[in-house]
Design a protein around this ligand. Structure first.
Ligand code: IMP
Ligand code: MG
Length: 178
């Protein structure tokens, strides 16, 4: 099935699960080399990153810890794109290497806020690993250390990404049809 309907919109297949797994393997290989001996803590940002985190970490073979956080956003009125904090951050990260695991970096607001929060909590080194990156939408200067797939400014669903709550369970990634 190459075309699907979610709510009011039609989507077409864009990145197959085979292509995703290949890209995820390449990121894992880099991480295995770069972070060997550092016992990194992988912090997957829910909900979107659950599939990427699961597949990536099956391919990460170095000693590491894995935990999950949620971003608490200011509702409605905030124009700053700031976050209220991280829900579920129980680990002491002082002096540690922490890898933020994200589904997608778009403007970069979310990941920059999470990065700042982790540095404030005393992390020695904070890396960013994202499944998808939209370089044309990115407004920040923070380097994105590990990018599986670069994508244009299209709206995508699947493999963790949702459209109004639906589509996260799709194994492939779909793009909104014009
Ligand atoms: P940011 O603009 O980098 O802060 O991205 C914020 C959030 O927007 C991401 O974590 C996703 O939840 C969502 N997002 C951005 N682009 C897409 C997309 O193409 N599909 C689904 N969600 C998206
Ligand atoms: Mg997200």
């Amino acid at each position: 099935m190459n075309s699907i309907k979610i709510h009011d919109l039609t989507f077409e297949i864009k990145i197959t699960s085979t292509e995703i797994q290949q890209a995820v393997s390449e990121v894992a290989t880099k991480i295995n080399t770069d972070l060997k001996g550092k016992k990194p803590l992988f912090l997957a940002v829910l909900n979107g990153s659950f599939m990427f985190a699961s597949d990536l970490l099956k391919k990460v073979t170095i000693d590491c810890e894995i935990s999950f956080v949620k971003v608490a956003s200011y509702e409605g009125t905030s124009s700053t794109g700031e976050i209220k904090g991280l829900i579920g951050m129980n680990e002491d990260i002082k002096g540690r290497t922490v890898v933020i695991v994200e589904d997608i970096v778009d403007t970069g607001n979310t990941v920059e806020n999470v990065w700042n929060e982790l540095k404030t909590k005393g992390a020695a080194d904070v890396k960013i690993a994202t499944l998808l990156f939209k370089p044309l939408a990115y407004t920040k200067t923070l380097p994105i250390d590990y990018i599986a797939i670069k994508v244009p400014n299209d709206f995508l669903v699947g493999y963790g990404l949702d459209y109004n709550g639906l589509g996260r369970n799709l194994a492939d990634i779909y793009v909104k049809s014009n």
